[in-house]
Design a protein around this ligand. Structure first.
Ligand code: G6Q
Length: 533
């Protein structure tokens, strides 16, 4: 029997087995199903698995040549086959600086050069030696970028607020909705504001439009010559940066082997480095590097990204789960679900295999989440009693950075109680013992048997954040390898960039003949009459 058939057959046995029973029958279940890495504890015992399940999943990983795929990524092979690119976000945090070659060239000297350039610049902004056109220190840094050029620094900047300088405020403008930039500019003064225009291609409509608005705002107040002191760019496109009017000396480059959603470790993290300082930024890279080494070398049955990746495959492909929740019990991680939504859904939201044929199985799940306990007061209802299986990752630090009153113990009590309740449920008998009347028993019954991972970390630090994000990056990688999809292209996103460009001129020109379907035509017509007569 092939491994897929073995897993399918086994999934029938597991569907018929309640997690509560598995715990009752095996008092050592936690011992068998947990893994540790440098202060991280992954408890995966509350999943619908047995030892046989995990053995079969490891067999699946081996048959999918996972080990070889990991080595290919780390050694700079062009594993992004549709774009013929290497995938080397891992080189950005290659802290022992061993050479990594792409087309026969070691990428490390260039990576280190930009890192030093970032250090010099961020130090100068932080200590006030970099001043605006009128000689004043920078008080506001505005990152203008979208998608991968926004979500990483925005998430990490929020996550590491505790480590950020108090002297500078940080803003992230992404949406092309004018409200976004307008509301941020209201909080800034031209003389003391620094704009970081972050765009890998430097052609993204949203970013360039917002950057033009920012430039106009600045030039109106301080004149054209001020641009040099108030605008820097992060991009792979030197020509377009120069055309925009940003001094190439104020440009921080990265490379096509860094995918947008994997770019927070590169100069895309410049705003973050200004916030937390060079040393903390390096700590974040160190944490990611430690996770990279763990991923590359730990046996699969102790390897956190491999275990989490395989469990996701198990639910999506074999147990019919459509979605997946990430539930961080730490306010600083409130943007993590948003960040992971892009990482996971843009990477594995694919239905074509690497050989160009359609898949005949389910791939990447729908990811959502919110910081605990807020989610408990909204969508958890559906996780507990709805008709979907929603595997969830519960994440929390043992120590809070803000140990005020009883809050953190209460937070942790919730963090522990939820997975337990999801696993166990509540039976009609238990309800009767509590005195619940018969008419309410169906409504108050919880089936339980709902799976979750619990990920416990010591504390939110730059190091642990780096390791945590790298863990999820590699989890997504494992799944891409097994589903046999290219996790590193994003033609769906690029389609979006094209479509709007075609419609834009039609919104202005009432004589332009519309050739869309009747719905699209009617909408364009309505809007153009209202807005442009
Ligand atoms: C990321 C995606 C996408 C990208 C944005 C911004 O992996 O490709 O989110 O980051 O579309 O692109 P630019 O950085 O080129 O502006």
């Amino acid at each position: 029997m092939r491994i897929y058939e073995k897993l399918s057959a086994h999934s029938q046995e597991i569907r018929a087995t309640h997690l509560r029973k598995l715990f009752d029958e095996d008092l050592d279940r936690f011992k068998k199903f947990h893994a540790e890495f440098d202060g991280f504890l992954l408890d995966y015992s509350k999943n619908n698995i047995t030892t046989k399940t995990m053995d079969l999943l490891y067999e699946l990983a081996n048959e999918s040549h996972l080990k070889e795929a990991i080595n290919n990524m780390f050694s700079g092979q062009k594993i992004n086959t549709t774009e013929n690119r290497a995938v080397l976000h891992i080189a950005l945090r290659n802290r022992d600086n061993h050479p990594i070659y792409v087309d026969g060239q070691d990428v490390m000297p260039e990576i280190n050069r930009v890192l030093n350039q970032m250090k010099t610049f961020s130090d100068a902004v932080r200590n006030g030696t970099w001043v605006g056109a009128t000689g004043k220190k920078i008080t506001d840094v505005v990152n203008i970028g979208i998608g991968g050029s926004d979500l990483g620094p925005a998430m990490a900047s929020e996550a590491l607020t505790y480590y950020r300088t108090d002297n500078i405020r940080f803003h992230f403008v992404s949406n092309v909705d004018g409200t976004d930039i307008t509301e941020h500019l209201k909080q800034c003064q031209p003389e003391t504001t620094l704009f970081i225009i972050s765009s890998k291609t430097f052609t993204t409509q949203e970013t360039i439009t917002n950057a033009l608005t920012a430039r106009q705002w600045l030039v109106q107040a301080l004149g054209q010559n001020a641009v040099e002191k108030h605008f820097v760019a992060v991009s792979t496109n030197t020509k377009a940066v120069a055309e925009f009017g940003i001094n190439p000396g104020n440009m921080f480059v990265f490379w096509d082997f860094v995918g947008g959603r994997y770019s927070m470790w590169s100069a895309i993290g410049l705003s973050l480095m200004i916030g937390i300082g060079y040393d903390n930024f390096i700590q974040m890279l160190e944490g990611a590097f430690a996770m990279d080494n763990h991923f590359r070398t730990a046996p699969f049955n102790q390897n956190l990204p491999v275990i989490m990746g395989l469990l996701g495959i198990w639910y999506t492909t074999y147990l019919g789960a459509e979605s997946y929740a990430v539930l961080p019990y730490d306010q600083y991680l409130s943007k993590l679900p948003l960040y992971l939504q892009q990482l996971d859904m843009e990477s594995n939201g694919k239905s074509v295999k690497k050989n160009g044929k359609n898949v005949d199985y389910k791939t990447g799940p729908i990811l959502f989440g919110a910081a605990g306990t807020n989610g408990q007061h909204s969508f958890y209802q559906l996780i507990h009693q709805g008709t979907h299986i929603i595997p969830a990752d519960f994440i929390a630090p043992i120590y809070s950075l803000n140990e005020t009153g009883q809050q953190h113990d209460i937070l942790l009590a919730n963090f522990i109680a939820q997975p337990e309740a999801l696993m166990k449920g509540k039976t009609p008998d238990e309800l009767r013992q509590e005195g619940v009347t018969e008419d309410l028993i169906p409504f108050k019954t919880f089936d339980g048997n709902r799976p979750s991972n619990t990920l416990l970390i010591e504390k939110i630090t730059p190091w642990t954040l780096g390791a945590l994000i790298a863990l999820y990056e590699h989890k997504v990688f494992v799944q891409g390898v097994i589903w046999n999809v290219n996790s590193f292209d994003q033609f769906g996103v690029e389609l979006g960039k094209q479509l709007a460009k075609n419609i834009l001129p039609e919104l202005f020109d009432k004589n332009k003949k519309l050739k869309h379907d009747s719905s699209t035509n009617a909408l364009i017509e309505k809007i153009r009459i209202k807005r442009h007569g």
